[in-house]
Write a protein that binds this ligand. Structure first.
Ligand code: MIC
Ligand code: SF4
Length: 646
């Protein structure tokens, strides 16, 4: 039986383990990326390892999330990241240069290589045939130091795309259809490998929209083959020499297969407040919108925004709508300007924002109270827009553009002929190096500048022999990292200041959580399935660590967040019997016994409530994970100067 594309790339990078699903593998990492909201922690941790220069083929530090600069905090973070990056051999992409995933596609991604990024949407580069994964900042720091990245070998799911997309149906609708079928938990433990005639017809930006939102399925990553489309994209970027063909063998065996007939798709939207609340746009049509936001790492390519410009050309945005557009990169902005599309957008009434994440992470453009925002983004979790009671819908750029004109969610199929798609032609003409800072040769490093916003991060401790702790919060299923550690314009500037951030931990769910945690001197969290879905932010582990959280007891965990908990010495305990979840309540005192011995032996862990109820817990750890926990976190294990598998 032939090999999948995933198997080929993993085999070429394998450092430890074998390709058996469910077992731990270690892979070598060719490239890393960080962004500014997770980057400060990643570089503080990298510095703590004492490694003088990164050992990857390429590492890039982007500043794209935290660009409002409403106080010295953002600027401090950026100056720190810039100086620490170039000192250690990392390329710095200045604020305003673009969103990390879009810029990485344009400038650095390479088919067949591995990429580890401290951002959950790093799989965007899978659109170029890269094996690209999101991880916590500490895992990325270890990769920069030359260490392997460890993960559970996922099941490989073939997504066979057949047929042709009907008019007005977009790549966004393909991934929304998968979310509709599989939900935000459906991709956990899986890599989605796309293929078939429908995949061959998609351009790299379209593929990148799909691989980007694979993160919303909870997938480890998603990948497309490297073919004629990839070659055309890289050639347009003047990087044709970096192209290499790459595909699964024709007789490759997959763990699962999903088939989507593109011809049967219709335009879709994800309704508030989850990317899997998917419905046909026709079912939401007529809903008044206050705001339409186009951009984010999902849909901010030149071809996306050019289509939007063609839809808006010569028309006027509905007076009740605020239309905001954030191009994904300066290359995209330059191409929009050269093609005349930018003028069409401006004349129609669009507000052009900086090339950055912007409203996607609540950095400005929060909708009005109770307002409705239609966005081409990838996440619509409650409160993420910055307005707790706003309702955010997710849709394609086409649906967003026609709805901006009518002032209500609109089925574009009633709007005549769709715009003709354009390619990226000579995109590289617009790709300048002006907003990159390339590191000097080794040995010529400058000083690292640390402003007052850069605070030391909390360090994990070894697990106690026995844990007596209060249940500080009982949460439900699919708790997101936005629930655990909210992020918006008021908080994002404090990503390098855990003591400050900890005061807001879980406050979207429970306003007095931080005070309760402090008063109790710490405790544990109880939750349902898929705890920690969403972002890669380590802050969702670091802020709880600072508040004394010792363990999370859940029915299941999302991949990146589970790794972050382990890295910072917080025990991700799973209910052996999910029914025990119902037996626990907030305020209950739990005794989790003989912890140290059980962890060392890998045995089941027994807990008892103060009322005498027994609760059985599991902590299924690989030998490496057990070492991390027993050492009191990954940094203690890696130690100064040393990286496993360097
Ligand atoms: C997000 O989309 O949630 C973010 C902001 O890009 C995060 C990273 C972060 O929390 O800083 C992500 O996706 O990992
Ligand atoms: Fe930025 Fe939004 Fe993409 Fe996260 S999802 S990287 S906040 S654009």
């Amino acid at each position: 039986m032939g090999r999948t594309l995933t198997a080929k790339i993993i085999a070429a990078h394998l450092v430890s383990g074998s390709l058996t699903p469910g077992t731990e593998i270690g892979i070598g990492i060719d490239q890393t990326l960080t962004q500014d909201s997770t980057g400060t922690m990643a570089y503080l941790q990298f510095e703590a390892m004492g490694v003088p220069r990164v050992k990857t083929k390429l590492s890039v530090a982007y500043a794209d999330h935290n660009t409002l600069q409403c106080g010295f905090e953002n600027a401090d973070d950026h100056r720190y990241i810039e100086t620490v990056a170039v000192r250690h051999g990392v390329v710095f992409s200045k604020p305003g240069n673009g969103i990390c995933h879009q810029v990485h596609l344009e400038r650095f991604g390479r088919p067949g290589w591995t990429l580890l990024g401290s951002d959950s949407h790093t799989p965007t580069a899978g659109g170029l045939g890269m094996l690209a994964m999101g991880a916590g900042g500490l895992d990325v720091a270890v990769a920069m130091a030359g260490g392997a990245y460890y993960l559970t070998m996922p099941r490989v799911c073939r997504v066979e795309l057949v047929g042709t997309l009907p008019p007005w149906v977009a790549a966004k609708d393909i991934i929304l259809e998968l979310l509709r079928r599989l939900t935000v938990k459906g991709g956990v433990g899986r890599i989605f490998e796309y293929g078939g005639p429908g995949a061959a017809a998609l351009s790299v930006p379209e593929r990148a929209t799909i691989t980007n939102m694979g993160a919303e399925l909870g997938a480890t990553t998603s990948i497309f083959p490297s073919d004629a489309q990839t070659k055309a994209f890289l050639t347009a970027q003047r990087r044709g020499c970096e192209w290499a063909p790459l595909a699964a063998d024709p007789d490759a065996g997959y763990d699962e297969t999903v088939t989507i007939d593109l011809g049967k798709l219709e335009p879709l939207v994800a309704a508030p407040h989850s990317p899997d609340s998917v419905m046909p746009v026709s079912a939401a049509a007529g809903t008044r919108v206050d705001q339409v936001a186009i951009g984010s790492c999902t849909n901010s390519s030149f071809s996306d925004l050019y289509k939007v410009a063609k839809i808006l050309e010569g028309k006027r945005v509905d007076p009740s709508v605020s239309l905001v557009i954030a191009p994904g990169s300066r290359q995209v902005l330059g191409m929009l300007a050269d093609s005349g599309a930018l003028g069409a957008l401006i004349r129609a009434g669009a507000r052009i924002l900086e090339c950055a994440c912007g409203p996607c992470i609540g950095m400005g453009q929060a909708p009005r109270s109770g307002g409705v925002s239609l966005r081409t983004f990838n996440r619509n979790f409650p409160g993420r827009s910055g307005t707790p009671d706003a309702g955010v819908y997710l849709a394609s750029p086409e649906v967003a553009a026609v709805s901006a004109l009518t002032g209500m969610i609109t089925d574009p199929r009633h709007c005549g002929e769709p715009p003709v798609a354009v390619g990226d032609d000579d995109a590289g003409r617009n790709g300048s190096d002006n907003m990159f800072i390339f590191p000097p040769p080794a040995g010529q490093a400058g000083e690292v500048v640390r402003g007052p916003n850069i605070k030391p991060f909390p360090r994990a401790e070894r697990p106690p022999a026995e844990l007596e702790a209060t249940v500080l919060l009982k949460a439900g299923d699919n708790i997101t990292t936005d629930d655990i550690m909210p992020s918006h314009a008021g908080l994002l500037p404090f990503r390098s200041n855990i003591p400050h951030l900890a005061g807001y931990c879980f406050t979207g769910l429970d306003a007095v959580f931080p005070a309760r945690a402090k008063a109790a001197g710490g405790g544990v969290i109880v939750a349902g399935t898929n705890y920690g879905q969403g972002s890669s932010r380590e802050h969702a582990a670091l802020a709880p660590l600072y508040l004394g959280i010792k363990a999370v007891l859940a029915k299941s965990f999302a991949r990146i967040h589970r790794a972050n908990l382990l890295n910072f010495g917080i025990l991700p305990l799973v209910f052996a019997d999910p029914a025990d979840y119902d037996a626990l309540s907030q305020g209950e005192l739990l005794t989790i016994g003989a912890l140290g011995d059980k962890l060392a032996a890998g045995a089941a862990i027994g807990a008892r409530t103060s009322a005498g109820k027994a609760v059985s817990l599991k902590l299924e750890l690989t030998p490496r994970e057990r070492e991390i926990i027993l050492a009191g976190g990954l940094l203690n294990l890696v130690g100064k100067g040393g990286v496993a598998n360097a």
